[in-house]
Design a protein around this ligand. Structure first.
Ligand SMILES: Nc1nc2c(c(=O)[nH]1)N[C@H]1C(S)=C(S)[C@@H](COP(=O)(O)OP(=O)(O)OC[C@H]3O[C@@H](n4cnc5c(=O)[nH]c(N)nc54)[C@H](O)[C@@H]3O)O[C@H]1N2
Ligand SMILES: Nc1nc2c(c(=O)[nH]1)N[C@H]1C(S)=C(S)[C@@H](COP(=O)(O)OP(=O)(O)OC[C@H]3O[C@@H](n4cnc5c(=O)[nH]c(N)nc54)[C@H](O)[C@@H]3O)O[C@H]1N2
Ligand SMILES: [Mo]
Length: 758
């Protein structure tokens, strides 16, 4: 076992811990953002760039997938959106001299923070077999090399085509078309680690794997649950929407093991009162639930609803007309054991009864959630139970009500709509076949976890990443790194340097690409791309900045050129698609339902909304033709004596594996990331002192252990029995085989650990 971690991951000599904040955003948020932007791009570029974020003629913020709404502020950006833009629009550059100075092994020893701070990638690079350095390579040669390695594989299924969620609709459509024309459905994506559990649960119960609310619905809701989500950091613009919802009369219930600042009180930096005033109290009720307690909570609410004699507790009319499976659901829920509920949730019966009061007083209810719900073993049953909860009172398919899974990456939902999926629907493949005249593979491909297994076992030998940072975003870091090192070739289409460039196969390629903020000019002239937000709105995104280097290609160009090189006889018009993205959108309009007239409609200000049968017509395209009430077993996750349940979360200063800085302002942490938050009562029970240094050791049911060394303990008001630490430093603790039922998502929010004195 090695106790060594990348040097500057440990550079927390200045670590400073203060009391967590009880409110979010406002002036400190804006100054923090501007400081970061100046440092990365200077004053003039800062003003120019930030003014164009999310404007109707501007580019889509590469931050999160929260929708923009109709009444955009002059500066419709948030602190963390500004950091995401600064990270991409930085004036720092990674050059060929940089790669000559640093061996690949040396880069692998650097921290994520250091790697990201080096700036934008500027030209294609290759690491040849046996070489210790990346060296420059021309585009034609780079693409030729990738194509010849692809064609040399024993089968197309030995290739893995990963996608992260920033890729535009146009690039995503071209990319999946290429993978399928090449002959595989091996298209894992970041969604497999993210909202896959939401997609699985929603497809089965309401017939479509997407949320059913629009921004306007939030403003009409009576009650909004925000469950397993930290919007103050990860979706800051959602706070303005929640503030407005409250103004219009909504109550908010926050369900979280951590008292996240953004859920408590919000000072709106876009309004003068936010600068000086006390701000808005957001959560009217805070349920400090234990990790993984949500299935129990919602099942308990469902039982109380079934037992309630309040008039209209159930929407009988809706249930009769639209729901399937009521009898079995009712029987199961009425047998729920209250002791199990109290143990799983850590809440009191009084708190749950009071929440029922909120529910009975509300006609229109929305439940929002993110990673706190999706990254557990029982995530799919948990989300199904939330659907049960909403269906009981007819809260799907009417204004002001519905399911709201808040998506992460800015176009992760669009990528899936465009066919980035290892389990494509037969109807989608039929449409591809009809449009392009080839027979796509029908067998399901590898998702993220299965792709790691396949590379580990030598069944897959070539990895291509369309964005993202596969080696750091995935679980079981040691296993995943070995899996990638076992490949013949690893290639990354990227904007910024990251660890996936340093943990390579025998051969490796870096293919640098344009970002959202940059001008994309092709043979037919300047192009725009389009994206779909968390609520199914599709709109255009136009970059205006001069590209970071003259040697960058767009993602669309890279895919089309690769397709021409790897599929020389292909009858698909790759040239035409590269020349003019309208051609891609025309194809999409004939293949993907809801996109008829794509080119015209995406040019309208604000774009267009995709159809959603449950939301628009109360029609549920499921196997039963109705909304399905489901039976979900409650299994209380019991942690052995002396152990804690650890969740791996984001700090305020990171975007997934991109580390902007070493602070987590709202949680009171400065200048350090190797920290673990533990409840003071658990610390005394364990005999561990606040401020002590410990190793985190995870214990998995097969008897194996995994260790993340040297974390500073912070006494913190999280729920009893629960701990929190940052990802990706803690990914090493998550066993590859520990995944959610059905969705196969790694269980990053429930890892059993013990603290060992270091
Ligand atoms: N600035 C910034 N913005 C981002 C990102 C980023 O890294 N930085 N990432 C983007 C992406 S890809 C995504 S998916 C989203 C992620 O957005 P979030 O889901 O908000 O991100 P996490 O940091 O994983 O936070 C999980 C939250 O759920 C809570 N939680 C954990 N487990 C449980 C549980 O069992 N029950 C309940 N009720 N709560 C729980 C945690 O305490 C925490 O508040 O954000 C997107 N936006
Ligand atoms: N333990 C733990 N693990 C997790 C999570 C967790 O909560 N806990 N969260 C999971 C979630 S929700 C997600 S979504 C995944 C994220 O997984 P990924 O999406 O794979 O990771 P990111 O860190 O978002 O990827 C960052 C890299 O993307 C590249 N990039 C940025 N913009 C662009 C662009 O426009 N084009 C291209 N081609 N490249 C670009 C840059 O090179 C940058 O280094 O991580 C997952 N992993
Ligand atoms: Mo995500």
């Amino acid at each position: 076992m090695t106790r060594k971690a990348p040097a500057d991951d440990f550079d927390d000599s200045g670590l400073d811990v203060t009391k967590p904040k009880t409110w979010a955003a406002g002036v400190p948020g804006v100054t923090a953002a501007l400081r970061q932007s100046y440092a990365q791009m200077g004053a003039a570029r800062t003003a120019l760039t930030l003014l164009r974020v999310n404007q109707k003629q501007g580019f889509d913020c590469p931050g999160c997938a929260w929708p923009e709404g109709d009444h955009r502020h002059i500066a419709e950006f948030c602190e963390n959106g500004a950091k995401a833009v600064a990270e991409e629009a930085t004036t720092r550059r990674v050059t060929r001299e940089f790669f000559a100075r640093h061996t690949v092994a040396e880069l692998a020893g650097r921290s994520d923070h250091w790697l990201g701070q080096q700036g934008r990638l500027t030209e294609p690079m290759v690491k040849r077999a046996g070489s210790e350095h990346y060296e420059p390579i021309g585009w034609d040669e780079a693409i030729g090399l990738l194509a010849s390695e692809l064609t040399a594989l024993g089968s197309p299924d030995e290739a893995v085509f990963y996608t992260s969620g920033r890729t535009s609709n146009e690039a995503a459509f071209a990319y999946q078309l290429f993978a399928r024309a090449f002959g595989t459905n091996n298209m894992p994506d970041c969604s497999n680690m993210c909202h896959e559990s939401s997609g699985s649960a929603l497809s089965e119960t309401i017939g479509i794997g997407k949320g059913s609310v629009l921004l306007e619905d939030l403003y009409q809701a009576d009650l909004i649950f925000v469950v397993g989500q930290n919007p103050g950091t990860n979706h800051p613009r959602m706070l303005s929407a929640l503030e407005r919802a409250k103004k219009e009369g909504a109550r908010i219930v926050a369900v979280n093991p951590l008292p996240e600042a953004g859920l408590m009180r919000f000072k709106n930096p876009q309004r003068p009162s936010g600068v000086t005033g006390k701000g808005t109290v957001l959560a009217d009720r805070f349920l400090q639930i234990r990790l993984n307690g949500d299935l129990a909570l919602f099942q308990a609410l469902n039982r109380l609803l079934l037992e309630s004699d309040a008039p209209g507790a159930l929407d009988e009319e809706f249930l009769d007309a639209h729901a399937h499976g009521f009898a079995a659901f009712r029987e199961h829920v009425l047998a729920l054991d209250w002791d199990d509920v109290l143990e799983a949730t850590g809440l009191t019966r009084g708190e749950i009864a009071a929440t029922l009061g909120d529910v009975l007083a509300a006609k229109k209810i929305i439940v929002c959630w993110a990673m706190g719900l999706t990254q557990h073993r029982n995530s799919v049953p948990t989300i199904r139970e939330i659907v049960n909860f909403l269906l009981l009172r007819g809260n799907i398919g009417r204004p002001g009500a519905g399911v709201c899974p808040v998506r992460g990456h800015s176009n992760v939902q669009g990528d899936r709509t465009m066919g980035i999926w290892e389990k494509p629907k037969p109807a989608f493949l039929d449409a591809l076949a009809a449009e392009f005249g080839f027979e796509p593979p029908r067998e399901h491909g590898l998702d993220t976890v299965d792709a790691i297994r396949a590379m580990r076992d030598g069944r897959a030998r070539l990895f291509l990443g369309m964005g993202g940072n596969f080696v750091r975003a995935t679980p079981d870091s040691a296993v995943t790194e070995a899996a990638l090192r076992g490949c013949r070739l690893t290639a990354q289409v990227s904007t910024k340097l990251n660890r996936s460039h340093a943990v390579t196969g025998e051969l490796a390629l870096i293919l640098p690409t344009l970002g959202r903020t940059e001008l994309d000019v092709q043979a037919s002239g300047p192009q725009f791309v389009s994206v779909e937000d968390s609520m199914g709105m599709v709109h255009a995104s136009r970059g205006r900045l001069a590209p970071a280097s003259e040697h960058l290609l767009s993602e669309v160009s890279i895919v089309c050129r690769l397709a021409r090189a790897a599929l020389p006889g292909s009858a698909i018009g790759w040239d035409a698609m590269e020349r003019d993205y309208d051609v891609i959108r025309d194809h999409v309009s004939r293949v993907v339902p809801g996109f008829a007239g794509y080119n015209a409609r995406v040019r309208e200000p604000g774009g267009f909304t995709l159809p959603h049968a449950p939301r628009d017509e109360r029609r549920f395209p499921t196997a039963t033709g109705k909304a399905n009430l489901t039976v979900n077993e409650l299994e209380v996750l019991r942690v052995p004596e002396g152990r804690l349940l650890l969740q791996t979360v984001r700090s305020h200063d990171q975007y997934n594996t991109t580390i902007y800085g070493l602070d987590d302002r709202y949680r009171g942490v400065k200048a350090g990331r190797r920290v673990v938050f533990v409840n003071p009562a658990d610390l005394s029970a364990l005999g561990v002192a606040d401020g002590a240094t410990v190793d985190l050791v995870s214990e998995w049911s097969d008897g194996t252990e995994r260790r993340a060394p040297a974390f500073r303990v912070i006494s913190y008001p999280t729920a009893r029995g629960c701990a929190a630490a940052y990802f990706p430093e803690t990914n090493v603790l998550v066993p590859l085989d520990s995944t959610a039922e059905v969705s196969n998502t790694p269980t990053s929010k429930s890892v059993v650990v013990r603290l060992e004195p270091a």
